[in-house]
Design a protein around this ligand. Structure first.
Ligand code: PLP
Length: 393
């Protein structure tokens, strides 16, 4: 037996462990101080009543032999795929139900999709980056190259025709930077991918936070995307499913190469390695798209948006440079006074008892930057903002 030695190439993920350890050490040596956490990328509001009702109803169905369900379709139940199709249609994007594959979340699909691509593909990811894109490719032994995101390009790197890539990751609105591509910018990436014969793996996990009209909600709003892109989306942020687990991936029928069709390959892959998302969970996800569900989830999203605005407004008042906050729950700020990411982490913890995430943990270009999130409670966010303002105002 030999093990996959590519695992030697993956860095240990110390980021959140180190953040947690430093925050706990501070809290135990300063029991009189209240530490406020704006570091997490997880939602905090509970599932909305429409989803809870649908989940309860589905549980009852499972208790009755007349309505009990066993194995479901690998690609997801028709009722949910149709609901997702209609959601896309609601903002003018046409995708067919059989181009939509329901899964237990975007993270799994982002990793699993790599089964479809040869090892020798070169992978282009932005730096800083959601670490899953890098580690899943390193595990498979692929070469990973980086597109430089920095203050100069507003953390939105654009295609460079001198760079040859086969698999291109785009996350917009971005984690960790909150920066979001406009439809015009995304068109440049789509043209580049089509020219190179590359595929774009488009992560739309934060699509629900978009407010501005010219920001792309789906890569399939862009002409030409159907021949070069796969879209990953999730119920995690739109409806608080981080613990309930449900997502979906859209693969257009036109995406093919050398007689192989990616949509068909994915169905083949899923039917071999995946037995579907629980019926109960899919009924819960379906309820997100009902009128009542939409009204309720929008209230929750508005709550997170208000928190994001509190933080962004504070940065504006202090004159601190940042991206995100508008179409994203993340505020990615330049550490004041030229501090490094971890230096600023310690400074903020010691002087304001506020915890965020050091940008350096997301890649070399993250050094000197810091991520705050809008997923906390309103009280915690407002208090953290007041303390930051006092410290730097
Ligand atoms: N993609 C990005 C950019 C994320 O930040 C996250 C989670 O934080 C995910 C995907 C994972 O989503 P899911 O909960 O659907 O697995």
């Amino acid at each position: 037996m030999e093990l996959n030695r590519n695992f030697n190439d993956i860095k240990e993920s110390y980021l959140f462990a180190e953040v947690g350890a430093r925050a706990s050490a501070y809290a135990s040596s300063h029991p009189d101080k209240q530490v406020l956490k704006l570091g997490i990328g997880d939602v905090t509001l509970p599932l909305v009543p429409a989803v809870i009702d649908a989940l309860h109803k589905a549980v009852d169905e499972m208790a009755d032999s007349a309505t009990f369900r066993g194995y479901g379709p690998y690609e997801g139940y028709g009722f949910l795929r149709d609901a997702i199709k209609n959601y896309y249609a609601s903002y003018g994007v046409n995708v067919a139900s059989d181009e939509i594959f329901v899964s237990d979340g975007a993270k799994s699909d982002l990793g699993n999709i790599l089964d479809l691509f040869a090892k020798q593909n070169t992978v282009l990811v932005p730096d800083p980056v959601y670490p899953v894109y890098v580690d899943t490719n390193l595990m498979a032994g692929r070469k990973v190259i980086y597109a430089c995101a920095n203050a100069g390009n507003g953390f939105l790197p654009m295609p460079d025709y001198k760079v040859k890539a086969d698999i291109i990751y785009i996350c917009s609105p971005n984690n960790p930077t909150g920066a979001s591509y406009s439809t015009a910018q995304l068109k440049e990436w789509v043209d580049y991918a089509n020219k190179l014969g590359a595929v774009i793996l488009y992560d739309a996990a934060y699509e629900c936070f978009i407010t501005e009209k010219d920001v792309a909600r789906s890569v399939f709003q862009i002409e030409g995307a159907r021949t070069c892109a796969i879209e990953f989306c999730s119920f995690s942020k739109i409806a608080g499913f981080t613990g309930t687990r449900c997502g979906y991936t859209v693969i257009p029928r036109e995406l093919e190469k050398d007689g192989l069709n990616v949509n068909k390959m994915w169905l083949r892959r899923q039917s071999t390695k995946f037995n579907g998302v629980p019926y109960i969970v899919q009924r819960g996800a379906e309820a997100v798209f009902t009128q009542e569900g939409q009204r309720q989830i929008k209230e929750n999203i508005a709550f997170y948006r208000r928190n994001a605005k509190l933080i962004a407004d504070c940065m504006d008042r202090l004159g601190i440079w940042y991206t995100g906050g508008k179409n994203s729950p993340y505020i990615w700020l330049k550490c004041p006074g030229g501090m490094g990411s971890w230096e600023f982490f310690d400074y903020l913890l010691n002087n304001a008892q506020v915890v965020g995430t050091p940008g350096a943990g997301f890649g070399e270009n993250g050094e000197g930057y810091f991520r705050l999130t809008a997923f906390g409670s309103e009280r915690v966010t407002a208090e953290a903002v007041a303390r930051i303002e006092k410290l730097f105002g």
